[in-house]
Design a protein around this ligand. Structure first.
Ligand SMILES: [Zn+2]
Length: 455
């Protein structure tokens, strides 16, 4: 945990004798470095919408408390950097008011399609300083007052045509956020903010998605290379301060629709999903044996994770230790869903006759449908980190100490099968052994006739 005041030198939140900091929580396995895919979750831009602060706080608790016992959580913490700003507007939270200590709306204070003010609030400035130093692939800013998932376009600059260049990716994410969030109080509807809610000036969502590339509507005084995130506003609950009985309990997180489900478990689930899909990966769900006989059939099962659609997946293998680049065999291509639709892929492989150590990997190409567009505004290709990192081999981006490279293909860990003939057990006394032997003789070669002709 650290504060934006210490890390970025932004001022304290001060009103009279009251002083507050802007706290930032970073959850990751620090031993594996700080160049991992990043996600960001923000609560409390509006101080009276307290339900979002609850979601942010208990998300952090869930990650910390389940690292040791939950394989999926451990994978996410080992392979992601998860940033959480639980209370963007601490003065408003303490005083139960929407605005900051100076009566300013923090979620109208960002330098993208702005109107009257930019960074008049400490919270918006602090979150800008965080955003501009990172490459957040997926972001949620939690609010309350209605129940929906909304995304770009949500600003006045794009009201006549509300389709952003990344609309398919936004839509797909919204669809599965809604599905995995589950039925508590009804599945969240999802859509473009300008279509299903209303436009705003200077809101965080469109800023964090577009301020690095839609320069016609960005503010040149505040340049940033960190704003290409698929950023969702989740309006958690129709009440901004729902009763405690609707928040849910810890046993509700993995039991959607169960007795302890509620607004907080629902949004922890959504946050975990967005953390998962920040980077594609392959989970081997049924490992083949490490040793097998030539010609034996082995079974492999896997899930494509970190993605929402699978364009191609196959097993490739051979005797070379680098089966990603040098393989002799490949199974037929499969396609369809991912683990997020509970789709599992299976392959039965008949091993080659030639003995040796075979090296295997599973390849997947994912989310290629996010390249589709209808009539986006502006007329440019998808700009988000999410789409480019999984569709474009020649794409890369650097920002401060963070880099992302595009990959059209994603690979599982490499695993091996030692293929060799069955061992022969020798007993004391006489053994009758029949071993198939490859040689160059034919039956006639071994006849007395050929023997006699030998020189
Ligand atoms: Zn709000």
């Amino acid at each position: 945990m650290f504060t934006a005041q210490d890390a970025f030198g932004v001022p304290d939140v001060v009103y009279g004798s009251e002083t507050y900091k802007t706290w930032i929580i970073r959850i990751t396995n620090e031993s594996s470095g700080f160049d991992k895919p990043e996600v960001l979750f923000i609560g409390g831009h509006h101080g009276d919408e307290k339900v979002g602060v609850e979601a942010a706080y208990y998300l952090a608790e869930w990650l910390a408390e389940h690292y040791a016992t939950d394989d999926w959580i451990r994978y996410l913490v080992d392979h992601r950097e998860i940033y959480i700003v639980p209370v963007a507007n601490p003065y408003g939270w303490v005083h139960h008011q929407r605005y900051d200590e100076n009566g300013i709306d923090m979620n109208r204070d960002y330098p993208y399609d702005s109107s009257s003010h930019i960074f008049a609030t400490v919270g918006a400035r602090a979150i800008h300083e965080l955003t501009k130093r990172h490459l957040f692939i997926n972001t949620v800013s939690w609010h309350g007052g209605t129940e929906m998932i909304i995304y770009a376009w949500g600003c006045y600059a794009h009201t006549s045509n509300t389709e952003s260049p990344d609309d398919i990716a936004f839509y797909n994410q919204g669809q599965y956020m809604s599905a995995y969030g589950g039925p508590y109080s009804g599945y969240y509807p999802w859509g473009r903010a300008n279509d299903i809610l209303y436009p705003c000036y200077g809101a965080y969502e469109d800023y964090a998605y577009a301020a690095s590339w839609d320069l016609a509507n960005a503010e040149p005084l505040w340049p940033t290379n960190g704003c290409r995130s698929l950023t969702h506003c989740i309006e958690i609950s129709s009440s901004k301060f729902p009763s405690e009985s609707t928040l849910g309990g810890r046993n509700g997180v993995y039991n959607p629709g169960g007795t302890e489900d509620g607004y907080v478990p629902k949004n922890i689930r959504i946050a975990l999903m967005l953390t998962d899909i920040a980077e594609p990966y392959i989970e081997i769900t049924d490992s083949p044996p490490q040793e097998a006989e030539p010609g034996a059939t082995v079974n492999i099962s896997w899930k494509v994770m970190g993605a929402l659609t699978t364009a191609e997946t196959a097993v490739q293998y051979g005797l070379d230790a680098d089966p990603i680049n040098n393989y002799t065999y490949v199974t037929s291509l499969q396609s369809g869903g991912t683990g997020w639709q509970d789709v599992e892929y299976h392959e039965s492989i008949t091993l080659p006759a030639q003995p040796g150590t075979y090296y295997f990997t599973i390849r997947a190409k994912v989310d290629q449908d996010t390249l589709n567009q209808n009539n986006p505004e502006p007329q440019v290709a998808p700009q988000s980190l999410y789409v480019n990192m999984r569709t474009n081999d020649s794409w890369s981006i650097s920002n401060y100490n963070n880099t992302l490279e595009g990959h059209e293909n994603w690979y599982s860990r490499i695993f091996t099968i030692n293929v060799f003939p069955p061992e022969i057990e020798l007993y004391s006394g006489w053994n009758l052994i029949t071993i198939p032997v490859q040689n160059n003789y034919t039956a006639s070669d071994l006849s007395p006739h050929s023997y006699q002709n030998a020189t």
